[in-house]
Structure formats: structure tokens, C-alpha cells
Design a protein around this ligand. Structure first.
Ligand code: FE2
Length: 234
């Protein structure tokens, strides 16, 4: 890029202005919970690695068309995981200021990712999303890195969950773009708004990375009387 080496030609020395007031509006709340659930992880790992449906070549394409709770009768650890998701959801909703009574739709789906697997950039069709890590490759990186330069964005880190700046076109307009990387460990549960674009880089571990994603859609129950709710087909 051509650098501008010309001297500044305008003068501001005769002009004074008061300090402005900056408001950091519209932050994106991302909450990490570090849970100690070794027994549950062992039961979930045994389920994911022994059931052939999770090692099929189209596992990634088909993972979110079912809900894991279909298997809860045979895998009690799924009840435990669902309870943890809901307890953390309550905490997250309190953090972001969602209070009241809701109708909640919740889906849990597995991600069984063998060596070299990656997840392209995407966001989720719901209000709040979460991921729980059952098994990951060991990492010497911090759990979350959010102060990297833009140059570091292009470094091919292994097994990283990259969170993108969600502001419209932020990553296309130099100077505004930010990113964060999560280097997950077993037991970590991360919550974020479903609109947040994210991706997962490949890992080179011999064992598959095991995680469970969850989507939550919440509708306030105290709808105003002027809103007429009905079934609509088309
Ligand atoms: Fe995702």
C-alpha cells in the first residue's frame, strides 16, 4: 500500500474543543463457564466414540437435524448436560438483562470432529447459542485471546474457535475489525448471541474433538394484549 508521506497541511492550533464523551455501545456478551464434569465427559465420550452414527462421513452435515435428547434414556449424562446448559443459560440471561417468563425452545446437537476437520464461518438461527467441550486437544494457549492484532488473525492456529466482530461489514473496513480466539478445554461451556459469526480451525489431534452445541430461542410469555397470536400456514 502506498504510504502518505506528505506533511500535514491544515492547522488546528487556533481551535480548541472540549473532550468528547465516548459511550461503548452495543457490546457483545460472551460468557465462559469452566465446569468440572469428568464423569459426565467420560460417559458422553464413550457414547460419541462407540455409536457409528457419530463417525459417519456426513456427521457434520446431519448433526443439527436431530436433538441429542432423543438418546437420553440410554445416556443419562445427556440429562446432566441439559441441566448444565439450562443453569448456565439462566446465568447468561441475567448477565444480558433478559428477565421474565419465556417459552423456551432448546436444541442440543453433537460435533464429532476428526483430525483435520474444520467448521466454516457461520452463525445460528436462534437467540442464544452455546457450546460445551467434552474432549479437545491439549493447548498451551490461554482459554481466550481477544487482544491480537489483525495480522494474528491469519495465523493458522490449530483447533481454535474464532469469534468475528459482528458489526456489519466490520471485517471489511480497515481499522474497526476485531476478533477473538477461544482455545477450548474439556469442561468449558461458552455462551454467545446466536448472531455472532464464528468458525473452527482444523486440529491435528489423533482423537476426534467432541463437543455439544445448543441453540435457545426464547419468547416472552407476557405478550401484550394487542398482539394476536394464531397458527398461520402457507
Ligand atoms: Fe456454530
Amino acid at each position: 500500500m502506498k504510504r502518505n508521506v506528505e506533511k500535514q497541511t491544515f492547522k488546528t492550533s487556533g481551535i480548541t474543543v472540549p473532550d468528547g464523551t465516548t459511550h461503548q455501545l452495543f457490546p457483545t456478551p460472551v460468557t465462559l463457564f469452566e465446569l468440572n464434569e469428568q464423569e459426565m465427559n467420560a460417559e458422553l465420550a464413550a457414547f460419541f466414540t462407540s455409536d457409528p452414527r457419530f463417525s459417519s462421513s456426513d456427521q457434520a452435515q446431519m448433526s443439527d437435524v436431530t436433538t441429542l435428547m432423543e438418546h437420553a434414556a440410554e445416556v443419562p449424562a445427556l440429562h446432566r448436560l441439559e441441566g448444565l446448559f439450562l443453569a448456565c443459560l439462566e446465568n447468561y440471561c441475567r448477565e444480558i438483562g433478559w428477565q421474565g417468563e419465556f417459552d423456551l425452545a432448546m436444541q442440543m446437537f453433537p460435533n464429532v470432529s476428526p483430525r483435520g476437520h474444520y467448521v466454516p464461518s457461520h452463525n445460528h438461527v436462534s437467540h442464544i447459542s452455546a457450546v460445551y467441550y467434552v474432549h479437545t486437544q491439549p493447548s498451551d494457549r490461554p482459554l481466550i485471546v481477544s487482544d491480537e492484532s489483525v495480522r494474528d488473525y491469519w495465523r493458522p492456529d490449530e483447533g481454535a474457535l474464532i469469534l468475528h466482530d459482528p458489526r456489519f461489514n466490520a471485517s471489511l473496513q480497515g481499522g474497526w475489525q476485531y476478533h477473538a480466539k477461544v482455545f477450548p478445554r474439556p469442561g468449558v461451556m461458552i455462551f454467545f448471541p446466536s448472531f455472532l459469526w464464528h468458525e473452527v480451525t482444523p486440529h491435528q489431534c489423533g482423537e476426534p474433538r467432541l463437543s455439544v452445541a445448543a441453540n435457545f430461542s426464547l419468547a416472552y410469555r407476557n405478550i401484550p394484549t394487542y398482539e394476536h397470536h394464531r397458527v398461520f400456514s402457507c
